[in-house]
Each structure stands twice: as C-alpha cells, then as structure tokens.
Ligand binder design. Structure first.
Ligand SMILES: C[S@@+](CC[C@H](N)C(=O)[O-])C[C@H]1O[C@@H](n2cnc3c(N)ncnc32)[C@H](O)[C@@H]1O
Length: 194
C-alpha cells in the first residue's frame, strides 16, 4: 500500500507550523494526565505519545504510515506500543472497557465514518474514561462530508449516537506562523457509566 504521508513525514518534526500546533495539542492533553492506559489515534511522528509516555502506564500509538511512525519506533520508548494500521482495524483488537484516555489529534477527518469511530472509541473506554479530539474547524461540515474539519453540530449529532457525554466543545484560535491563523475544534467527552 502507498504511504500517502511519506512526503509529509520527511519534514513533519521540523515544520514550524506543526511544532506550534503540537504545543497547542499538548496543552489540551496535559490536564487529562496522569492516566493509566492511553491510546493516541493517528499518532503521526509521536508528538503526543512522547509527551504522554512519562505520565501513563502504557501508551498505544496507532498510525498507518510507516514513514510517520519511524521516529517514534526508532526512539523505542519502553511503555509506548507502536501499532501500524488504520483505526478501524486497530480499535477492533482492543478490549472493551480497557482504556482510560483516547486522544485523536488531527486524524478524525481522515476516517471514513466518524460516528462509527466514536462508537468504537466509546466501546474501548472504561466508564469515566475520556476522549479528546482536536481537528480543524469547518462550519460547513456535515456528517457525510466533513471536508477536512468539524463543526459543533456535527460533533454533537455524531456523539448522540454513542455512550459518550460531551464535556466541552472549545473554539481554539492561534497563530501558526507563516501567515496562518489556525482555528481548531477541541472536543472533550467522557464515557458514561453503564
Ligand atoms: C495531520 S497528521 C496528525 C499526526 C499527529 N496526530 C499530530 O498531531 O502530529 C494525520 C495522521 O493521521 C494518520 N491517518 C490517516 N488516516 C488514518 C486512519 N484511517 N487511521 C489512523 N491514522 C490515520 C496519517 O498517517 C497521519 O500520520
């Protein structure tokens, strides 16, 4: 299979926009730590997984791109399990009610069925476990065509089909540098008690 992210991987860790974005993502994850078992969905080169590792018992970092995964793999952090695969496959292998925190930074827009992804996330989370999603904001997004981003309405509509309870839905704006104003949707949800 072609690695669609191979070109991006070559400059990902040194791209100033990615570095600025990653700082924002880390600031959103920080209040949710420590956690026991964590999954980093679409982990890329591992900005978040690397930050999560010292404050978690185990981090499972999933991504289908061998090129994106290479830096994290090569680092060999003892409590980070690097899994090469798409989310649909990787999540299907995780035990129900076994994960404390799931983070998905800039990946949900690449997954074909967002409500189905949320249902899988809800299934693997322990009751009370949390889900953090960060994505570009797109007010034109619909459930069938999120077109690279998400709106509050799409997140609410999809989440209503799951046992996840929305805790916050934030509007995050920051300067990415190079003339780019970033506008991110930060979704925090908690798996309800059964
Ligand atoms: C924009 S990058 C974000 C990487 C990382 N989360 C970050 O914040 O730096 C998107 C990542 O999603 C991954 N990806 C794309 N489709 C995916 C899928 N179906 N399942 C899991 N990961 C996917 C890509 O390989 C890529 O590494």
């Amino acid at each position: 299979m072609d690695d669609e992210w191979a070109a991006a991987a070559a400059t990902w860790n040194t791209d100033p926009c990615v570095i600025t974005y990653s700082k924002m993502a880390i600031s959103r994850v920080e209040p949710l730590l420590p956690a026991d078992k964590v999954m980093d969905l679409g982990c890329g080169t591992g900005h978040l997984a690397r930050h999560l590792a010292p404050r978690a018992r185990q981090v499972v970092a999933v991504d289908p791109s061998p090129a994106m995964l290479r830096p994290l793999r090569e680092e060999g952090i003892p409590n980070v399990l690097v899994v090469e695969g798409v989310l649909d496959d990787a999540l299907a292998t995780v035990h129900a009610d076994s994960v404390d925190l799931v983070v998905a930074s800039s990946v949900c827009a690449f997954v074909p069925n967002y409500p189905a992804l949320l249902r899988r996330v809800a299934k693997i989370l322990r009751a009370g476990g949390r889900f953090l999603q960060l994505d570009w904001r797109n007010e034109e997004a619909t459930l069938d065509n999120h077109n690279g981003g998400f709106s509050d309405a799409v997140v609410r509509e999809a989440m209503a089909t799951t046992p996840l309870g929305l805790e916050s839905l934030d509007d995050v704006r920051f300067d990415m540098g190079e003339g780019t104003n970033a506008h991110v949707i930060a979704v925090l949800a908690r798996r309800r008690q059964p």
